[in-house]
Design a protein around this ligand. Sequence first.
Ligand SMILES: Cc1cc2nc3c(=O)[nH]c(=O)nc-3n(C[C@H](O)[C@H](O)[C@H](O)COP(=O)(O)O)c2cc1C
Length: 335
Amino acid sequence: MNGQPDSAVLEMLVELACRAPSVHNSQPWRWTYSAHGLDLYTDRSRLLGVIDPTERQMVMSCGAALDHLHKAAAAFRWTADIDVLPTPGAPDHLARIRFAHDAHPRSHEFDLLAAINRRHSDRRAFGAVSAGRDLTKYVGRDTHGVELTVLSAESTQTLAKASMLSASIRKYDATYQAEIRWWAGHSFRSGGIPPEALTDHADASRVRVGRQFPEPHRVARVLAQEPVEDEATVVLLGTESDDRLDWLNCGRAMSSFLLAATADGLATCPLTHMTEQSGSRQLVESLTPRGGVAQVLIRVGTAMIGSPPPRTPRHPVASVLSVPVPARVVNRNRS
Ligand SMILES: Cc1cc2nc3c(=O)[nH]c(=O)nc-3n(C[C@H](O)[C@H](O)[C@H](O)COP(=O)(O)O)c2cc1C
């Protein structure tokens, strides 16, 4: 591993990468560390077969983890040189990362590192983003071809329509309902969305563009004064085409946006229910002047008063990262 981080540093970086958001907290990634560098693969055993049959959201989730890794490494002075889809014919092999210990982090990189630990998906109603904030700068300079559109307040009607359309199609879809009940609203070892991260129906109904989850037994209560309407801004990330590279890059851009917004004190929540089916996806796409393929929407705004839900759990890093076992030291003096 000449010039590469030692395994303790590497484990810390991968642990930070795994704080990334993933569809229904499925954490569909695997990492291996070898003389070639750090490799990122999808973990197909964690694919949501009904919600995500094409693997789009699985790859986007891994893209978010890749960007988290890149940002975490920079704060520890490592430049991560990323080669995407490096093995022709092996679509699960999403990236190979080589490190150089030559980064010069400034305060923004440390803010992003802190944001990795603070960010969470907030499904409660938000206050408005203050006027004059430029949300387009949150994806950074290198968007890898992903387009960000800040949707106007008038678009909310269309989004609410798309959201309702998606919910009404899903309502009687028994396989979808079974899958979402498996992943959301109950605690099981470090996977899925825990009940504390969901809202009850009263709170959820204020957010007209949110995904409908099963109502959990224990819920995050909004300690706001009075019932509030959601005043979130919604941004759309879209791509020109709709292939694996677009999904990976979209996940990276989503992560950039979420971390920069968190560092700027804003609350966020990714939304994909409106881009899972053609009808609602077309409605969303009608809102962008440039056209293109709608991938993910992000609600962004000011968090309501009240403590945020606890951090969602993650698998232990040892269960998602393989590192070579160091060669055994043989003590020649022992018989
Ligand atoms: C590709 C993708 C799609 C997601 N779709 C939704 C969604 O439709 N609705 C929602 O409330 N959260 C959605 N999320 C957020 C995840 O549920 C969340 O990241 C996961 O539960 C981990 O929690 P955390 O973000 O608080 O760390 C999505 C996240 C990703 C990466």
